[in-house]
Design a protein around this ligand. Structure first.
Ligand SMILES: Nc1ncnc2c1ncn2[C@@H]1O[C@H](COP(=O)(O)OP(=O)(O)O)[C@@H](O)[C@H]1O
Ligand SMILES: [Mg+2]
Length: 214
């Protein structure tokens, strides 16, 4: 599903990482751990085609991202990718159902029943008409997870998705993330500080400046 080959990223003369290679199979859950500043978010953003790199290749669902222009990358993201961030990034002026339905709207495939089903799946049934400000942090992250999966993406990328949550809430949110990714058959790549979160993955990879390894 995802193939990263000898990726290197620099800012000017300063290297962030090099020789980063990994593959993620369809339906697999891989956790990436590493010290703060080692480039975990950068790597995830490269996988999403949101950042550029200096050497190496990323092939997502058979497509070499470097062969795509900005528009084609955006389209690939829209169709095949879901992204969950630490800071939720839920839109404050849209209600919960509108937030979750946004990826379908952008694909011109609005589907209220699918939105309802996703809200149900993440434990937010009946809250579709609430505004984000009326939800807790754990609920907001479940909105973000429902939104990331509503269009059936093949790849789900999550950057410290439980970083803003207390441990009990984090555990529940992670459980929803893992279960929903599995049920939809999406490959899940999770970047995390949390050993407890990483322990849930099928595979854990440690990112360092000179590569990535189990
Ligand atoms: N625009 C930028 N210019 C220069 N260095 C940057 C820039 N953005 C990020 N960095 C550096 O890249 C490194 C990796 O950052 P990041 O991917 O956020 O790490 P992590 O997510 O592992 O904490 C950090 O050392 C950071 O200072
Ligand atoms: Mg980060």
């Amino acid at each position: 599903m995802l193939d990263v080959q000898r990726l290197a990223k620099r800012y000017g003369e300063v290297a962030v990482f090099r020789d980063v290679s990994l593959s993620v199979a369809a339906g697999e859950f891989v956790a990436i751990v590493g010290e703060s500043g080692v480039g975990k978010s950068t790597l995830l953003n490269c996988m999403a085609g949101l950042d550029v790199w200096d050497e190496g290749r990323i092939v997502a669902d058979g497509t070499d991202l470097s062969t795509l222009g900005d528009d084609a990358r955006a389209l690939l993201r829209r169709e095949k990718l879901g992204f969950v961030f630490q800071a939720f990034h839920v839109l404050p002026h849209l209600d919960v159902a509108q937030n979750v339905g946004l990826p379908l709207l952008l694909l011109q495939r609005p589907d209220a029943a699918r939105v309802e089903a996703m809200l149900d799946a993440v434990g937010l049934a009946g809250l579709g008409h609430r505004l984000p400000q009326e939800l807790s942090g754990g609920q907001l992250q479940r909105v973000a997870i429902a939104r990331a999966l509503v269009h059936g993406p093949k790849l789900l990328l999550a950057d410290e998705p439980t970083g803003n949550l207390d441990p009990a809430t984090a555990g529940r949110v992670l459980d929803v993330l893992r279960t929903q990714a599995r049920e939809s058959g999406a490959a899940l790549v999770l970047v995390t500080h949390s050993a407890a979160a990483a322990a849930q993955a099928d595979r854990v990879l440690h990112l360092r400046s000179d590569g990535i390894a189990p």
